[in-house]
Design a protein around this ligand. Structure first.
Ligand code: COA
Length: 315
């Protein structure tokens, strides 16, 4: 069976509390409003010169320091999920390949916004199911601060920067007990978009209420059915971190304790494609999730598209 053998993450050093963000941007908001409506207390922001690929490389290095140095040359596939790279080409994955000195690998990006990491994992699983050796390096990395409109209080409070990484070792079969469901719906309203033409700075705009309703009406019922069908006794649900209210609603709907749906949105806000691998790495480091164990984990990502996806695996 292929297995996840290591995880890693990187969060930029600079932290901005809600109060500091409000002071710096001058938006009409309050720490109380942000905390109550989203559960967010602070976020990490990268420095001006740091790029998405810098964050991705740091996350990969955090992961690779746990492995023998030689395995770097056995990485055959590098997938990076991101929506915030300013460089159309080379891909972030290609820059990671160069940055880590990986001589030969297939490297490309997946643009799936907050579902990006789930899409990348699905692509990795489908591409490598027959692969009997080697590794896949998967990264979710975002510098959301680069595409935020700091005059828009509805979006600027919600996002942060960061990257998470996962290394899969291949052994001739796919990931253990892998089951997935990924769905994209047409969104005539472009509820989350970065409209480059009207907006040369490439800042994101979002209809928060519309996205909130999408999560309530589409994602949560679909996830609930998926769990009923495939993962009734899951150990942990590693959910995308968009709003703490979604975590509470999920716990109620699934009738499970909040311990089973860990959250770190209070400390890092929504890091889009980074959120799932960052939280997974945190769970591994806290020794709540044990790699190569019998724990059953469900991953769920959702957002722009509108798209979402859920995956169950034995970790
Ligand atoms: N501070 C203070 N007030 C704010 C605010 C802020 N940062 N942002 C919005 N408001 C105001 C609105 O302007 C509105 O004012 P009005 O009633 O005078 O028009 C009021 O708060 C309520 O707005 P509403 O959008 O109904 O609030 P909400 O409870 O839905 O919370 C979000 C707003 C954005 C936090 C919530 O809709 C959300 O989390 N949506 C999902 C967004 C998301 O996760 N996107 C990424 C997808 S992965």
């Amino acid at each position: 069976m292929s297995r996840i053998v290591a995880t890693g993450s990187y969060l930029p050093e600079k932290i901005l509390t809600n109060k500091e963000l409000i002071e710096r941007t001058g938006i009409d908001s309050s720490d109380e409003w942000i905390t109550q409506r989203t559960g967010i207390h602070q976020r990490h922001f990268a420095l001006g010169h740091e790029t998405v690929s810098d964050l991705a490389i740091q996350a990969a290095k955090d992961l690779l320091k746990q492995m023998d140095a030689e395995i770097v040359q056995e990485i055959q596939l590098i997938l990076v999920a991101t929506m915030s790279s300013r460089l159309p080409t080379p891909s972030v994955a290609s820059q990671v390949q160069r940055g880590l000195g990986i001589e030969q690998a297939l490297a490309f990006d997946i643009s799936g916004a907050c579902s990006g990491f789930i899409m990348a994992l699905e692509v990795a699983e489908k591409l490598t199911r027959e692969q009997s050796s080697g590794y896949t390096l998967m990264i979710g990395a975002e510098k959301m601060s680069e595409i935020l409109n700091f005059e828009d209080r509805g979006t600027s409070i919600l996002f942060g920067d960061g990257a998470g990484a996962v290394l899969i070792k291949h052994d001739g079969e796919g990931l253990k007990n892998y089951q997935s469901e990924l769905i994209s719906l047409p969104d005539p309203k472009d509820s989350i978009h970065v409209p480059a033409e009207e907006n040369p700075k490439g800042q994101m705009s979002m209809d928060g209420r519309e996205v909130f309703n999408f999560v309530l009406r589409q994602v949560i019922p679909s996830l609930s059915n998926f769990i009923q069908d495939y993962a009734k006794d899951f150990d942990y649900l590693i959910s995308h971190q968009a709003n703490y209210r979604f975590i509470e609603i999920l716990a109620k709907k699934l009738k499970v304790s909040l311990d089973k749906i860990p959250a770190n949105i209070d400390k890092m806000a929504n890091t889009s494609a980074g959120s799932i691998p960052i939280l997974l790495d945190q769970m591994v480091k806290e020794e709540r999730i044990f790699l190569n164990s019998t724990q059953e984990v469900v991953l769920v990502g959702y957002g722009a598209g509108l798209a979402w996806g859920q995956i169950r695996l034995t970790i």
